[in-house]
Structure formats: structure tokens, C-alpha cells
Design a protein around this ligand. Structure first.
Ligand code: ADP
Ligand code: MG
Length: 514
């Protein structure tokens, strides 16, 4: 059996690690980086470029360069409208409504785009190990729902990887930390990356890692901080020159790059220079954007974003029945936690400084490698218990959500619910499954519909069907049903409302392998 690699498939950056002996080791990519930008470009001649090379093309090739596919994966085009208006590439709706990207006239699924990133991480590992790799543990935000998890698995399949496990990013971080610090303790994992914020509370007891609660904001990350800087620079520029730089896609790209660079510099310096010569053409010739930016200005402009960190933390503490004083260690994860104002917020929220010796860019991939070791038996003393992030249930009369598996239940788990027919001689019942916290089912995410057929004809209410929901350790749902009394298994057909078909996955996989 070959090696199982651990991949942190990030919105912005990805990282791959393997277990060497008992130590998780991060692998350098071919360009020498320990993380790889999650970016993919399609050149005019059809070549696909991934990682740092793609990031460099961003300015010259903005419509053919895709970043942030993780914000689209497993989502509907209608759900990402707000995001779409700020992106240089075009989002289109696939036949089933899924959000795809139009890359120079070719619609491409986020699964295919992510597969290119995963395939790159696979090659990085293969170059280092000197053998081919077929299996991986891939991490996702704790808040990802069933559809997003399944879509991530499909991206792995397209890349030629069997995804042995889908692991929550904060759980991965706690695992990497916990195997080195085995004492019984409670951890808060505070992960602010490029696109998402996740907060999880975990308990480590006698080698058992248990996630007590998890919350987050899927629309809060470094990109939003970049956007605040872009707006600040563009608004000032417009006031002075009467020209909106955001209207020009090349200027916007340069502005975005400069904004991110300034943000990163202001994590260590108090002031930085933004220098964008020839950014626009004015009546009197070229116009330049040259100015200084101070850390204080950045922090004031980002206050709204910093404030958004608090509610998910309070909720996670509450669900874990903890107060900040119960938390022994705070792990800061994600590139954005290098920003001093973010660190200060974490200190304010938890009333203690963050743990030392944690590399925020690498710890998630290291945890994925540790998890592969647990599954492979190299690390036996560690047991992992994770939780499901959302309520899972069915729609009942009056559009109410009848919860079958509630949020923060330990997984794997199984729950049952009994349904009765509502009409005489009904031979089938159709049940719609939803995931989410709203009391009205239709306000939650619809996972699909299933039909239980071959029921015995009987007066209404007499035929009862027991439906069992099984959620595996990856947080992916399976459904079985049996008619009560007869014990006869009713046939179950699930009509998925999202994702790629098996044929599409196979076809994309063949294309990628070529
Ligand atoms: P993801 O998990 O979403 O892939 P990362 O954890 O790699 O993201 O974080 C990427 C984000 O962190 C980007 O928005 C990047 O600009 C930001 N970032 C990286 N280094 C720093 C730094 N030193 N100061 C502030 N932000 C940073
Ligand atoms: Mg991350």
C-alpha cells in the first residue's frame, strides 16, 4: 500500500505534508515554497498553469486565471451572486444551477479547478517521496456542508486521488498540536484564512480528541481585508482624479496585489508605501498611485471585519458549555492571524495569549498527515471524535424543519425517524432532506429528495416507514429505509440536486491525467 498524504486545500494557499516516522513533515513545492497558491490559469494554447506561476499571470491574464474556487465549490450560482460582482472572472450557472466559472468561453466546475490544485500537491509529494501517491486526507472548513464535502471528494477523484478522509481544518490543527502536547486540555482553534473564519472548541482527554463545538463565517477572510484596502485606495484616488480604478480589470488586479502586499507588510511594519505607477491615463498623461499607508489606518478601516470575529467565538464557547477561562490553549491558524489586530482580538475574546510554536500556514496540513497516520495505524494512541456542523433533517408540513441529526453531534452517527403515509393506498413517499439551522426547511440548504417506493397499499397513516440517516466520519450522509412491520427494505432513490455525475468525474479525470 502506498503512502497517504495530508493536503490542506486552502482558499488561497494549499500545503501538503506526510508522516515521516511519527513526525508530520511539510513538503516544499518545485518552486521552493512550503505553501502553493490555490490558483489555476488556462493559457490561450490550452496549457494549464497552477500555483505561483498562475499567481504571476493574474495581472496579464485575469479572465483565464481562477482563484478562490473553494468559495464556489458545492454552491449554487444564485448563492454566490454577491461574490460574483467583485471577481475578475465570470461565474455561470451549470445545468443543475451549480456555480461554475467561465474560463475564456469554457465553463469549468470548481471541482475541476480544485482538482488541478490537488494534482499539483500530489506531484509535489511524489517528487519528494519518489513513488506514486494514490490516497490523501483532505481538509475542509468545519462549516462545510454535505454538498461541499462531497464536491471536495470529487475534486480528489478527478485528480487521481482517493480521498481517504475529509477532515475539518480546526480538528487537523488540534491534532498536530495535540500529538506533541498530550496533556488533558481544552483548545480553541481560531482559523482566519483567505476566505473563511472557523472557530472550534476541542477537548483532549487521555489521547481522545473531541470536538465540542464548531462555528464560523464562510464569508470572512483575508480577501475581505484586501477589499477594504482596495476601496480605501480607490476611493481616495477617485476623489483626487475623478477616476474609478475598480472599473478597469487590469488596474483592479494591480490594486489587489498592492493591497495584499501592503496588508502583509503592515503586520510587521507601522507604515508601508503603495507604489503603482501608470495606473491610469488622465487628460494630462499617465497618472500614478503613490502613497503611504499606516497600520492604524488599516486597523480603523477593518474594524467592522474584526468585530465579526466575536459572535462565532461566543457561540462556539456557549455550545461547548465553556467560558473563556475554561480554555487552556488558543491556536492561531491561517495567514491572517499574523495581523497584530487579529491577534489582539483573539486575546480579548479568550483572555489569554495564543500558543507559541504553531506555524499558522502549515499546521493544518501537518494535522492531515497525522490523521493519515492514525488511519494507517502508525499512530495508535490517538482517537478522533469529530462533530457535524449543521442540523440535518427533513421538511414536514408547514415547511417546518424536522431535525434528525442535530448540529454538534459526534460523528460517525446514526439516527432514525418514522414517517407515516398521509393518503390511502399510498405506494410511495417522497421526502426532502435539508441541512441548516433555520426552523423553516426552505430557508436551509436542500441536499436532495428521496423517494421510498414499493410500499404495501393500506389506509392512510397505517403504513409506517423508518428512515435512518447515517453520517460517516467525513460528514457525508447516507440514507436507508424500511417499512415497519414487514421489515421490508423500501427502495430509496436519492435525487441529488448538486454536484457532478460519476461520468463527468471520470471524463474530467481522464482529461487531467493526459
Ligand atoms: P487559506 O486557508 O484560505 O488558504 P491562508 O491561511 O493561507 O488561507 O491565509 C491567506 C491569507 O492570509 C491571505 O489573505 C493573505 O493575504 C493573508 N496573510 C498571509 N500572511 C500575512 C501576514 N503576514 N499578515 C497579514 N495577512 C497575511
Ligand atoms: Mg486555511
Amino acid at each position: 500500500m502506498g503512502r497517504v498524504i495530508g493536503i490542506d486545500l486552502g482558499t488561497t494557499n494549499s500545503c501538503v505534508a506526510v508522516l515521516e516516522g511519527r513526525e508530520p513533515t511539510v513538503i516544499h513545492n518545485q518552486e521552493g515554497g512550503r505553501t502553493t497558491p490555490s490558483m489555476v490559469s488556462w493559457n490561450a494554447d490550452g496549457d494549464v498553469v497552477v500555483g505561483a506561476a498562475s499567481k504571476r499571470q493574474m495581472v496579464t491574464n485575469p479572465q483565464r486565471t481562477v482563484f478562490g474556487a473553494k468559495r464556489l465549490i458545492g454552491r449554487k450560482a444564485s448563492e454566490v451572486q454577491q461574490l460574483a460582482s467583485r471577481l475578475p472572472y465570470h461565474i455561470v450557472a451549470a445545468k443543475n444551477g451549480d456555480a461554475w466559472v467561465d474560463v475564456a468561453g469554457t465553463p469549468r466546475s470548481p471541482q475541476e479547478i480544485s482538482a488541478h490544485v490537488l494534482a499539483k500537491m500530489k506531484r509535489v509529494a511524489e517528487d519528494y517521496l519518489g513513488e506514486s501517491v494514490r490516497e490523501a486526507v483532505v481538509t475542509v472548513p468545519a462549516y462545510f456542508d454535505d454538498v461541499q464535502r462531497q464536491a471536495t471528494k470529487d475534486a480528489g477523484a478527478i485528480a487521481g486521488l482517493t480521498v481517504r478522509a475529509i477532515l475539518n481544518e480546526p480538528t487537523a490543527a488540534a491534532l498536530a498540536y495535540g500529538v506533541q502536547h498530550q496533556a488533558n486540555q481544552r483548545l480553541a482553534v481560531f482559523d482566519l484564512g483567505g476566505g473563511t473564519f472557523d472557530i472550534s472548541i476541542l477537548a483532549i482527554e487521555n489521547g481522545v480528541f473531541e470536538v465540542l463545538s464548531t462555528h464560523g463565517d464562510t464569508a470572512l477572510g483575508g480577501d475581505d481585508f484586501d477589499r477594504v484596502i482596495i476601496d480605501l485606495l480607490a476611493d481616495d484616488f477617485a476623489a483626487e482624479h475623478g477616476h474609478d480604478l475598480r472599473a478597469d480589470s487590469v488596474a483592479l488586479q494591480r490594486l489587489k496585489e498592492a493591497a495584499e502586499r501592503a496588508k502583509i507588510e503592515l503586520s510587521s511594519a507601522m507604515t508601508t508605501d503603495v507604489n503603482l505607477p501608470f495606473i491610469a491615463a488622465g487628460p494630462a498623461g499617465p497618472v500614478h498611485l503613490i502613497r503611504e499607508l499606516e497600520r492604524g489606518q488599516l486597523e480603523r478601516a477593518c474594524k467592522v471585519l474584526l468585530d465579526k470575529l466575536e459572535a462565532p467565538c461566543a457561540k462556539a464557547l456557549n455550545d461547548a458549555h465553556c467560558t473563556p477561562a475554561d480554555i487552556d490553549q488558543v491556536l492561531l491558524v491561517g495567514g491572517m492571524t499574523r495581523m497584530p489586530a487579529v491577534q489582539e482580538r483573539a486575546v480579548q475574546i479568550f483572555g489569554k495569549p495564543a500558543s507559541k510554536g504553531v506555524n499558522p500556514d502549515e499546521i493544518v496540513a501537518m494535522g492531515a498527515a497525522v490523521h493519515s497516520g492514525i488511519m494507517g495505524g502508525e499512530l495508535q494512541e490517538v482517537v478522533l471524535l469529530d462533530v457535524t456542523p449543521h442540523n440535518m433533517g427533513v421538511k414536514v408540513a408547514g415547511d417546518r424543519m424536522s431535525v434528525v441529526i442535530s448540529a454538534n453531534t459526534s460523528i460517525p452517527t446514526r439516527a432514525k425517524k418514522i414517517f407515516a403515509t398521509t393518503e390511502d393506498d399510498q405506494t410511495f413517499v417522497a421526502i426532502e432532506i435539508f441541512q441548516g439551522e433555520h426552523e423553516h426547511a426552505s430557508r436551509n440548504r436542500r441536499l436532495g429528495r428521496f423517494v421510498l417506493g414499493d410500499l404495501r397499499p393500506a389506509p392512510r397513516g397505517q403504513t409506517k416507514v423508518e428512515v435512518s440517516f447515517t453520517m460517516d466520519a467525513d460528514g457525508i450522509l447516507e440514507i436507508a429505509a424500511a417499512e415497519i412491520g414487514t421489515g421490508r427494505a423500501a427502495s430509496v432513490t436519492i435525487e441529488a440536486s448538486s454536484g457532478l455525475t460519476a461520468e463527468e468525474i471520470a471524463r474530467l479525470g481522464n482529461r487531467l491525467a493526459r
